[in-house]
Design a protein around this ligand. Structure first.
Ligand SMILES: NC(=O)C1=CN([C@@H]2O[C@H](COP(=O)(O)OP(=O)(O)OC[C@H]3O[C@@H](n4cnc5c(N)ncnc54)[C@H](O)[C@@H]3O)[C@@H](O)[C@H]2O)[C@H](O)CC1
Ligand SMILES: [K+]
Length: 529
């Protein structure tokens, strides 16, 4: 599903106008679509009490058109003008002609009429501000939204529906005005807005419904930001031919683990296998072998010589380099640690991978965790990653890679990931609530959900393994990253459904990975038959 900024939405409206679909016509379609979707939510609409809060601009205009259609559908509809609208306002005149008597804030002393209406309302339709919000909300709009919040706290059965977006939510950044009211539903026009998938805004939309307002065919062609959905992911997943053998599904080399973080190697290897790789080989230090081998039944081992401190010895990377052509993918970093020996090993391994003669065609690697931290210690580090890679930083690792502070990373997640993917010429997976996946060609995708069950040690190792497993099966880096993030999120959702928000651990995800693939394919099968 494409996402837009406010400016992109305005451009689409202008393109529609150039094709003969006027703003007035778009408003009529928008209002009618909003009314239809709201009536479907209310089913039946007849007899339900709806109050439409109308702002000064086109968002308010949409609200007036919706109010008229809701009245026609039998809803007991009130319109409440937060600001005066011009006497030549066609949609206001149409509403009045249809028998709606607008209440006006300017005449409503102490907001008594609004308070009374809110005591009986089944639904509040928030048509105060949309993509034209330009400054902090104050005056009557702020007072009215505060009364909605109060009424909803008193009467939780009252439903708040945002028109296009919750008033006070920044369509581009997800920033929230203090007056913003959380919506139970957001009926958004044309395309969902980027701010719906950026916190704190992501916590204000409620369920998102997209209203088709008849933008011209292909209007989304120039858009470069999407939110992942199952149809997209299904198209990306590798085939599983019946006559397959383990070589069909590729071989992953995992360079991970250290005495302090042995579990990361276990999680990454198991996740790669669970994601469908044909064979997983773990390159880790000799002293770790007994522990890891006891935890990894299906994994084979490339045992590395060690230094006294338990890190990879010099020559360990060359040992791997000599076998690299056996592998279609690698996962480098989980639990490696940042000891001098681990740093030297990582740099040598990346240098070996940067020589094409060492790589199978189509090879790609996931660089995760300590591999990223070790890289970021060097200036122009991206010049040393001269092979296809998927970088999977969390915000702290991204900050170090980009040379920025974490708040700066978090304040501009989509565009920063996109810019860095272009500069570093790699796929960047910026993890966090609504993980961003950016490609060097300018495309960006967002994970559809934000799941606190993922905020625990080791889930990143699992994600790195899943992406490595998909790369091994021949997916291009951007495809493997998008599919991996989506499957990882699906697995987390089913873990949360089974275990709740607290107490799930990363290894709980593993069994849910194949189930997520299965659920996707069964859902597709059901949808097609
Ligand atoms: N997407 C589409 O194809 C269509 C969308 N429509 C709707 O248009 C709004 C955007 O309308 P716009 O008039 O640009 O702005 P708003 O209605 O969001 O804001 C109202 C108006 O208020 C002023 N303003 C801004 N911030 C404040 C503030 N804090 N306090 C007071 N006043 C403020 C400013 O002048 C704004 O212009 C979009 O969301 C859709 O709902 C089209 O109607 C149909 C096509
Ligand atoms: K709104």
């Amino acid at each position: 599903m494409n996402l837009v900024t406010a400016a992109e939405m305005r451009r689409l409206e202008q393109e529609a106008a150039a094709l003969g679909v006027s703003a007035a016509e778009l408003m009529q379609r928008a209002g009618r679509e909003v009314a239809d979707k709201l009536a479907a939510l209310l089913e039946p609409a007849a007899g339900k009490r709806v109050i439409v809060l109308v702002g000064p601009g086109n968002n308010g205009g949409d609200g007036l058109v919706a109010a008229r259609h809701l009245k026609t559908a039998g809803a007991l509809t009130d319109i409440y003008l937060l600001s005066p609208r011009g006497s030549d306002d066609i949609v206001l005149r149409e509403a009045v002609t249809a028998g709606l008597s607008p209440l006006e804030a300017r005449y409503d002393v102490g907001f008594e009429r609004l308070r009374a209406a809110l005591e009986e309302a089944d639904v509040v339709l928030d048509a105060v501000f949309g993509t034209g919000l330009g400054r902090s909300i104050s005056g009557a709009p702020a007072a009215a939204l505060a009364l909605v919040e109060e009424a909803r706290n008193r009467r939780p059965e009252m439903t708040v529906v945002a028109l296009d977006l919750p008033s006070g939510l920044d369509a581009d950044t997800g920033a929230i005005d203090p007056s913003a009211v959380r919506a139970d539903f957001t009926i958004t026009l044309g395309y969902a807005k980027r701010g719906f998938f950026l916190f704190p805004g992501a916590g204000y939309t409620g369920e998102i419904l997209v209203a088709d307002i008849g933008l011209p065919e292909g209007s989304g062609a120039g858009l470069n930001t999407e939110v992942l959905d199952e149809h997209l992911i299904l198209d990306l997943l590798p085939d599983r031919p019946a006559d397959a053998h383990k070589g069909t599904f590729g071989k992953v080399l995992v360079a991970a683990g250290s005495p302090e973080y042995a579990g990361a190697a276990v999680l990454a290897c198991q996740a790669a296998g669970r994601a469908g790789a044909g064979l997983v080989t773990l390159a880790a230090g000799k002293s770790l072998y007994p522990v890891l081998a006891s935890r990894l039944t299906e994994t084979t081992h490339l045992i590395l010589p060690e230094t006294a401190d338990g890190g990879p010895a010099p020559g360990a990377a060359e040992l791997i380099a000599g076998r690299l052509k056996e592998f279609s993918a690698a996962v480098i970093g989980p639990g490696l640690g940042q000891s001098p020996s681990a740093a030297a090993f990582t740099r040598a391994l990346l240098a070996a991978l940067s020589r094409p003669e060492n790589r199978a065609s189509g090879f790609a690697a996931v660089l995760d965790a300590d591999a990223l931290n070790i890289l970021s210690a060097e200036s122009d580090w991206w010049l040393k990653v001269d092979f296809p890679a998927v970088l999977t930083p969390h915000p702290g690792e991204m900050a170090r890679l980009a040379g920025l502070a974490v708040p700066r990373v978090q304040s501009d997640r989509i565009e920063l990931a996109r810019r860095c993917a272009g500069l570093w010429r790699q796929v960047v997976v910026l993890k966090g609530a609504h993980t961003v996946i950016a490609s060097s060609d300018g495309r960006a995708a967002l994970a559809p959900n934000a799941n606190p069950a993922l905020a625990t040690a080791g889930t990143g190792d699992v994600l790195a393994g899943i992406i490595g497993g998909l790369l091994a099966q021949g997916l291009a880096p951007f495809d493997a990253a998008r599919a991996g993030v989506y499957i990882h999120a699906m697995a987390a959702e089913s873990v949360r459904a089974a275990l709740g928000d607290c107490g799930a651990v990363a290894s709980d995800l593993l069994g849910h990975i194949p189930r997520s693939f299965k659920a996707l394919k069964e859902h597709d099968h059901a949808a097609c038959h």
